[in-house]
Ligand binder design. Structure first.
Ligand SMILES: [Zn+2]
Length: 177
């Protein structure tokens, strides 16, 4: 059964009462932003050995590097000091759509995706991670320095498999005035 809102507030009261809430700075201490899927099975901090305050975690359906992810990363990098991005796709993702059935279902229901986006479905998980890392590496507004890596998570074991090794982005070349 879905958890009721009352139960959520009761759980929150217990969380607050545990009194284990350090006051942390707004800047992520590891200078890291993680882009991963909204999948309910991904415990983003524990699988990476991270603690509260260490990293930004930007989640959406499919761990896709969308325009809105770049919006978040603009704040992460240019305001809050992030210098590394990590894209984490995963096995058994809800957007894995080798026969196009999910794409067809969503399009039949809603027509076009909102905000001129795509649905973000994919048939080759590792190629998708490579493509999204590439988008970060050539992001025109990327900071300098900026490092990008991509992993595939086995959602059943929690194991990470490197797909894109840590790669330093080229500095952005400013057009002459
Ligand atoms: Zn997923």
């Amino acid at each position: 059964m879905p958890r009721s809102y009352d139960e959520i507030l009761e759980a929150n009261a217990a969380y607050v009462a545990a009194d284990d809430h350090p006051v942390l700075p707004v800047r992520p201490s590891r200078q890291l932003a993680v882009v991963t899927c909204m999948d309910a099975r991904i415990a983003a901090f524990p699988i990476l050995g991270l603690q509260l305050g260490d990293a930004h975690v930007i989640r959406n359906a499919g761990a896709r590097v969308t325009d809105d992810v770049l919006r978040s990363l603009a704040l992460s990098t240019h305001v809050l000091g992030v210098r590394k991005a990590l894209v984490i796709g995963h096995t058994r993702c809800g957007l894995y759509d080798p026969d196009g059935a999910i794409e067809t279902t969503l399009t039949d229901l809603m027509g076009r995706p909102p905000f001129n986006q795509t649905w973000g479905t994919f048939s080759d998980p590792e190629a998708t991670i490579r493509k999204d890392c590439r988008r970060l590496l050539v992001w025109p507004d990327r900071p300098d320095p900026f490092q990008v890596a991509g992993y595939q998570l086995d959602v059943d074991t929690g194991e990470l498999y490197p797909v894109v090794p840590p790669t330093q982005a080229e500095p952005v070349v400013q057009a002459p005035a």
